[in-house]
Design a binder for this molecule. Structure first.
Ligand SMILES: C[S@@+](CC[C@H](N)C(=O)[O-])C[C@H]1O[C@@H](n2cnc3c(N)ncnc32)[C@H](O)[C@@H]1O
Length: 347
């Protein structure tokens, strides 16, 4: 275990070690995607998902005035499936294809290897620093990226704020809330503490990354498309969870062998990104976005000449992506750009 008896560590540091420790971390050693793995993401449910994202990218590029150079940057590419399908799809849009430079920002060197095996033959660049991309308009895409970043939790009880830590006591991991100063939290969240909130979930890394992205968009133009497991409310909830083999896992069991995620609070993201001066912000459900972008028509076209069993396979995959009881409403699509771009397709 990462802790010595009677020692403690802030929640975000614990998550970072559990997921990304250089030798034992979950994402350092494992390909967690698919039926054999621990969870499945939309690009791995159906290629139609990435095809729709590709069409959206081409349409946004057109709205930006078809710049001769554009960066397409994927954050956290997992097993590389979405980028692979995007590269294949945009082959049908020659002008867009030849104007685009594709980048992946990926933290796990294990997953980077899997990605390179899959799409190494294409012209994709892997980067560690987002500021290294070419100086031209840039579209950032992130599917289930932000929910995998480490978070801090702050709790107010009887007007006193605490920060959540993990400690090891008698060889058992447990949560412990330690008193902290409001001014310390305000420095971390870069805002005054709202009176009405008694609970805050905040990822310092997410907002560090969002700051870099919004500065690039403000300077060079472009936008950010986030697709993630999340909710839209002023109130914040404790959404921390551990997942193993497609089921919820006790947070302190199977550390290093289970995924740790949280739900993105899009209301909070909207506020913070507005503070970063991006002023066209759109939010909808994965269902609405995919349907507005034509996924039903796409399914119709590709299933046209297929057998009944192939058709039903497409149907079940589509249902998984858009059904309100499945990924359709729990997953949200969020878009941030400059007002002057006036682009709302899919929202
Ligand atoms: C839940 S997976 C999603 C993968 C993929 N986007 C998909 O939908 O299948 C999260 C991905 O983000 C990567 N990741 C996490 N933190 C990162 C960071 N700080 N920088 C770059 N990649 C990161 C993980 O290694 C993993 O590839």
């Amino acid at each position: 275990m990462m802790l010595k008896n009677n020692s403690k560590i802030p929640l975000d540091k614990f998550i970072d070690k559990a997921l990304y420790d250089k030798s034992k971390g979950y994402y350092t050693n494992k390909n967690p995607f698919g039926h054999q793995g621990d969870f499945i993401t939309s690009p791995n449910v159906s290629v139609m998902f990435s095809e729709i994202v590709s069409i959206w990218l081409v349409a946004f590029w057109e709205k930006l005035g078809m710049p001769k150079k554009i960066n397409i940057v994927e954050l956290g590419a997992g097993n590389g499936e979405m980028m692979y399908q995007i590269l294949k799809t945009v082959d049908n849009f020659k002008k867009f294809r030849s104007s685009s430079k594709f980048y992946i920002s990926e933290k796990s060197s294990y997953l980077k290897k899997i990605q390179k095996k899959k799409i190494g033959k294409y012209n994709v660049k892997w980067i560690d620093n987002l500021n290294k991309i070419s100086k031209c308009p840039s579209i950032f895409i992130a599917n289930e990226f932000f929910d995998s970043l480490p978070i801090k939790q702050f709790i107010k009880t009887k007007n006193i704020w605490s920060e959540r830590f993990i400690c090891l006591k008698n060889n058992k991991l447990q949560f412990i809330d330690l008193k902290t100063k409001s001014s310390k939290i305000e420095k971390i969240i870069n805002n005054k503490l709202p009176n009405k909130l008694n609970f805050i979930e905040h990822s310092p890394l997410a907002f560090k990354i969002l700051k870099i992205i919004s500065q690039i968009i403000l300077k060079q133009n472009g936008g950010l498309l986030i697709i993630d497991y999340g909710y839209n409310s002023k109130k914040m909830f404790n959404t921390l969870q551990s997942v193993k083999k497609h089921k919820k896992n006790n947070f302190f069991e199977n550390v290093y062998q289970s995924d740790i995620t949280h739900m993105v609070n899009f209301n909070y993201y909207k506020k913070k990104i507005k503070d970063m001066k991006l002023d066209l912000l759109k939010l909808t459900t994965q269902r609405e976005f995919l349907i507005k972008m034509g996924i039903l028509e796409r399914a119709e076209i590709i299933s046209n000449k297929l057998s009944f069993s192939q058709k039903s396979d497409i149907y079940f995959r589509l249902k998984r992506l858009i059904d309100k009881k499945e990924m359709g409403s729990l997953f949200k699509v969020f878009f941030a750009t400059k007002k002057e771009n006036n682009f709302k397709l899919g929202f």
